[in-house]
Design a protein around this ligand. Sequence first.
Ligand code: GLP
Length: 233
Amino acid sequence: MENIQTIVVDSKEQGAEKICELVQKELEAGHLHVLGLATGSTMEPVYEKMTESDLDFTNVIAFNLDEYIGIPATHKNSYAYYMNELLFSKKPFKETHIENGMAEDLDAECVRYETLLKENPLDIQFLGIGENGHIAFNEPGTSPESVTHVVELTESTIAVNSQYFTEDETMPVTALTMGISSIMQAKKLIVAAFGEKKRPALEKLFEGVVTTEWPVTYLLDHPDVIVITDLKL
Ligand code: GLP
């Protein structure tokens, strides 16, 4: 798998440092104008390291992968809130974009977002992996041709992500997400996967067979993927 470079680290903190180094290299080479960001616990140490660093994103446009439908940016579980708290309030960017999960016309919102992505091709896209192999909110069965779209979350994703919602909060069961083809258009993909729970998904990736049941395996068809993990496979 010449297209996939794997970097094994001892901890997610070390992984976060590695990601910052890769970003710094691309910034210094003048290759990073548009950066695709991800959310989830995997990315928390990455944004912590970024905010502590000297990295300058004032000329970089950011796009986020996904957002829940029906909770506003002021809700602490929205990805807009997560990004503001962890990164944007501490590191200025030229522009930041995330799908609007409160849009009245969700299909129009998907078209708006995909158009923006086409106008601003991604240089790097960060990716985490769901335990069921999803990337962004592209659940098993998602077409490789998919662009930004509305998704119904699977039982598995709802079970995993509901830990962030308190008992009196209703967790959204739908979301907006960049599609597989939106993600695959990025020049470089940086995938982070830490902890045993991610082993089945990474094993599927390294089996080397593309299957819609494990969306992470679509990355096998991308020319430039870096996987950063603390798992020895
Ligand atoms: C979430 C997000 C994904 C994220 C993944 C992993 O559902 N939609 O973009 O990569 O699941 O989350 P975590 O890093 O918390 O394991």
